[in-house]
Structures are given as structure tokens and as C-alpha cells.
Design a protein around this ligand. Structure first.
Ligand code: AKB
Length: 319
């Protein structure tokens, strides 16, 4: 990578870890972190930070053009649960920023874009098991609708204007570096904090609900490998399925109990259960495997082990 890269939405769950990994690989000064927060979080202080509101189209355009940015990772978004509470804002935030960045690339100001999609693009009419890359897609959430629309626009900008935009349909992401916020799959992160803090957890998803999940290290590696893949190898310009590991809260609990034997879980499904019920249980990512040699490395036991060793409950207080 030669020119500078900006990560927009850098303070979120994916952004924090992505910035750190990109800086480790390319040098701290090459990777600009940006978010709507006034000040840079301590974890990202090893490199440049700029406050940017992704909805302020002119400021984003000026910054990218004036600073000769070549690549953008656009992560600012409202996730599934929050977007259901604020549908209009969810749609606005998830779509407007994407157009700002796609247009900059169309005008020749950017070389490459990464934009995240999600398993939320699928809906109740999608085959639930081993969901194929190309299938029925009728999402019923605002988040899912915005992600599916975004995918169609990404492919359109690629086909019509040659914009090099790349995307992954992330499953639920599990990490300890920073907290997730506003997602349906967040239970699979919360559970580790509460297991350590209180030894018990009240889960907002029912015990038998299977959802596809992935450890963050795998997700960051997938993101960077996709961005580094030769353009000619990529047959998907909407968004690639990414599989990961599928498990239920009950299965996750059993594995946590191998380390914290008196950990207990109770279930109180809320509105997020209805969202989860519309999503796939497992994902077929064979197209990603074929096109850019994707291979995940973390299995559930390893993921639980690394989370229990590393979650730091002081992070809950700093939020
Ligand atoms: C959410 O739960 O909203 C996200 C996602 C699966 O995209 N984690």
C-alpha cells in the first residue's frame, strides 16, 4: 500500500482493531483514524486522528481530497437493533456516507474502498442453513434493507464507473478490544463480560438460536486479505459471504462453564430475538474461499479461551 488510508468510524468495535492492524502492517502515520468523537481514544493515539461527521459531505470530501487519501474503510453505521429504534436516521447514516465515498472514487479521488455489509441482508425467506452467496434476499430490518441497498450500489458503481469497492457480509463479531454497540449479535460479547463480572448473564436471545459469528482477528484478516486480493480474482462486487462459526447461547454457555464452572445463564428474549429469527443460522462462504483463498482459523473453543483470558471489565466503566 503506497498512499494514505482513512478509516471512518474508527472508534467502533471493528474500526479500533482494524486501525491498529493496518498501522502495524503499513506504519502508524499512513493510517488516519476518524470518527464523530471530538477526541481520539487512548488506544488509537499511536497515529493520526481527525474528527469527521460522515454525514457532513463537504468536510469529508475536502479532507479526503486535500490529504491525498487513496483508500477508505467506511465503517460508520447504525447496527440492527439501534436502527430499528431510529429507522430514518439508520437509513440516512448507512446510505449517505456510502454515496459520498463512492462519488469520490467515481471522480478519481480514491483508488479503493472497503464497505461492510452483514448477514442482515438475508431475511426470513432466505435458506437458513449454509446460506449461499446468491439467494433470496428479503431483509425485514432497516439495517438489513440499508445493507442490501448499499451492496447493490457498490456493484453498480463498480460496473458503471469502474469503482474498486470491496465488501464482506460480516457475521456477528466477537472481540475484547472495544465494545460492540446496538447489534443483535452483541449478546455473544456481553456474555463474557458478565461471566467475569457477575458469574451470571441474562441473555436477550433464546437458548436455541443459532447465529453465525466470528472472532475479530479472523474478521480483520479477512478484510485486509480481500483488500489486498488482485482485482481480477474478485467475481463478487456486491459483498462476499463470510462464514465463521455458528452456535447457540446454550452451546456457548457450556463452553464458558468449562472455565467458570458456576457461571449461570437465564433467558429473556426481547425485540432482538425477532431480528435474529430472520437471519441465517450458518453461511456458505465457498465463493470467498475460491476467489481470494479465505480460510478462517478460530474455532469456538479457541474463541472462548481467548475471550475469557482477555476481556477487561474496566472497559465497561470507560464507556
Ligand atoms: C448486528 O447484530 O447488527 C451486527 C451484524 C450481524 O451485522 N453485529
Amino acid at each position: 500500500m503506497s498512499g494514505k488510508t482513512i478509516v471512518i468510524g474508527a472508534c467502533g468495535q471493528i474500526g479500533t482493531e482494524l486501525v491498529l492492524e493496518l498501522r502495524r502492517r503499513n506504519g502508524d502515520e499512513q493510517i488516519i483514524a476518524s470518527d464523530i468523537r471530538e477526541t481520539c481514544p487512548v488506544t488509537l493515539e499511536n497515529g493520526p486522528y481527525i474528527k469527521l461527521d460522515v454525514l457532513d459531505r463537504e468536510s469529508v470530501r475536502n479532507y479526503i481530497i486535500d490529504n491525498d487519501i487513496e483508500q477508505v474503510y467506511l465503517l460508520a453505521a447504525l447496527l440492527s437493533a439501534t436502527a430499528e429504534k431510529h429507522p430514518e436516521f439508520g437509513w440516512k447514516l448507512n446510505m449517505e456516507g456510502l454515496f459520498t465515498i463512492l462519488d469520490l472514487a467515481k471522480e478519481g479521488h480514491l483508488k479503493k474502498i472497503f464497505w461492510p455489509s452483514s448477514i442482515a441482508v438475508f431475511g426470513p425467506s432466505t435458506p437458513k442453513n449454509n446460506t449461499p452467496q446468491v439467494t433470496v434476499m428479503e431483509p425485514t430490518t432497516v439495517y438489513g434493507i440499508s445493507k442490501l441497498s448499499g451492496e447493490r450500489w457498490c456493484e453498480y458503481y463498480f460496473k458503471q464507473y469502474g469503482v474498486d469497492v470491496r465488501s464482506l457480509r460480516y457475521p456477528g463479531l466477537i472481540s475484547f478490544g472495544s465494545l460492540p454497540g446496538g447489534g443483535t449479535t452483541d449478546y455473544a460479547v456481553d456474555i463474557f463480560y458478565q461471566a467475569k463480572l457477575k458469574g451470571e448473564y441474562e441473555c436477550f436471545i433464546s437458548e436455541e438460536t443459532y447465529l453465525p459469528m466470528m472472532y475479530m482477528e479472523d474478521a480483520i484478516r479477512a478484510t485486509i486479505e480481500l483488500m489486498e486480493a488482485p482485482a481480477d480474482n474478485l467475481t463478487i462486487r456486491s459483498s462476499y459471504n463470510l462464514g465463521g462459526i455458528s452456535f447457540t447461547p446454550k452451546e456457548l454457555t457450556k463452553i464458558i462453564q468449562k472455565t467458570i464452572s458456576d457461571f449461570s445463564i437465564s433467558y429473556k428474549p426481547d425485540f432482538r430475538q425477532k431480528i435474529a429469527d430472520t437471519w441465517p443460522e450458518s453461511i456458505d462462504d465457498s465463493v470467498a474461499k475460491r476467489d481470494w483463498n479465505w480460510k478462517e482459523s478460530y474455532r469456538l473453543e479457541e474463541l472462548v479461551d481467548v475471550m475469557l483470558k482477555n476481556v477487561n471489565i474496566s472497559l465497561l466503566e470507560s464507556e
